[in-house]
Design a binder for this molecule. Structure first.
Ligand code: F6P
Length: 368
């Protein structure tokens, strides 16, 4: 990996699950980079493109008009980890190391730096590649908002907006039919989506991975609302929520993914138990990938643009091995190494939890 004095050519990729704002970051990186006379290679389909060697040169026309568009013009993948590259040998999945190939392509394209936009998986890979000598700058994305080093990841606000709107819509049927409506959010092992979406949507019960719930507390809350003449209840449950002493509901496992566990389906269990134990008609909706779809909110467009432009600034200043982060109202950077040390999880003492409790939201714990 030859080191040039001046940065001339950079690569950019989007790794892991897509989310609104990725294109806004690509634009935020590429426009200033081109203005500085740099060449920008868009690596396709996340780290898979780096290992296999799939990239296109990005010009101004490629990043014009993409600010408001969801997804990513570069494609993404959560199966392309160069350090854990699955190959099928005699019908079995064998994990191999393809980091050498990733570096070979980085060199072959003449890259001086790589901007990797992604969540915790992408940042772990970025750390590994940095240790092998690659000049990497990370930009944190995920609807889950579970990266400790940044106050917010872009994509989260857009997903919360979808959840809020979904709850508003489901409330009308809940109210008309006097039903309990259970809405399942994504978020993996962190409850931020369910907490913020549930709070914004006015959910009566919010169930989070960080606060294992008590079935009786849930039934009690629903029954009490019904006895008070409230004709419906809204339950917002995170896909990673589980009852005390219970297990996660796993939709399927896939050894080829960076995280082999695919969560999903807890809403069906919650809905069935509520109906069986309260006698109240209950329906459930799994919001799934709707939460990652569509364009970014105004907030996410602004945050993504700030993140993208800050990332290219770090590259030009040769501040490598760092991840862009929001601290309060300011965009700063932290080392990628520190960024991945802890997952950001909801604490029962978080202000949003306390505010929700103050307006009567039940978290499935004994105090209702
Ligand atoms: O990390 C983002 C996320 O949307 C999680 O909330 C969810 O558990 C997971 O990705 C779903 O991944 P996939 O799209 O690969 O099924």
């Amino acid at each position: 990996m030859p080191r040039r004095k001046q940065i001339k050519r950079i690569g950019i990729l989007t790794g892991g699950g897509d989310c609104p704002g990725l294109n806004a970051v690509i634009r935020g990186v590429t426009k200033p980079a081109l203005d500085h006379g740099l060449k920008v290679m868009g690596i396709l389909d996340g780290f898979e493109g780096l290992v296999i060697g799939k990239a296109i040169q990005l010009y101004d026309k490629d990043v014009s008009g993409i600010l408001s568009i969801g997804g990513t013009i570069l494609g993404s993948s959560n199966k392309g980890d160069p350090f854990h590259w699955p190959v099928e040998v005699e019908g079995k999945i064998k994990i191999t190391d393809k980091s050498k190939e990733a570096i070979e392509h980085y060199d072959a394209w003449g890259l001086d730096a790589l901007i990797a936009i992604g969540g915790d998986g992408t940042m772990h890979i970025s750390k590994g590649l940095s240790e092998l000598g690659m000049n990497v700058v990370g930009v944190p994305k995920t609807i889950d908002n579970d990266l400790e080093a940044t106050d917010l990841t872009f994509g989260h606000d857009s997903a919360v907006y979808v959840i809020t709107e979904a709850i508003d819509r489901l409330r009308t049927t809940a109210s008309a039919h006097h039903r309990v409506m259970v809405i399942e959010t994504m978020g993996r092992y962190a409850g931020w989506l369910a907490l913020n979406g549930g709070l914004a949507g006015g959910a009566d019960i919010i169930l989070l991975p960080e606060m294992p719930f008590d079935w009786d507390a849930v039934y009690e809350k629903v029954k009490r609302r019904s006895m008070m003449g409230k004709k419906y209840s809204i339950v917002c449950v995170a896909e990673g929520a589980k009852p005390k002493g219970g297990k996660l509901v796993v939709m399927k496992t896939d050894a080829k993914r960076t995280d082999p566990i695919q969560l999903g389906g807890v809403a069906a269990v919650v809905a069935k138990n509520i109906e069986d134990n309260t006698g109240l008609e209950t329906r459930y909706t799994i919001l799934g990938h709707l939460q990652r779809g569509g364009g970014p909110t105004a907030f996410d467009r602004i945050l993504s643009t700030k993140f993208g432009t800050y990332a290219i600034d770090l590259v030009i200043k040769k501040k490598f091995g760092r991840m862009v982060a929001l601290k309060g109202n300011e965009v700063k950077s932290v080392t990628i190494e520190n960024a991945i040390k802890h997952q950001k999880l909801v604490k029962p003492t978080d202000q949003a939890v306390l505010a929700a409790k103050a307006v009567g939201v039940c978290f499935g714990t004994k105090e209702l």
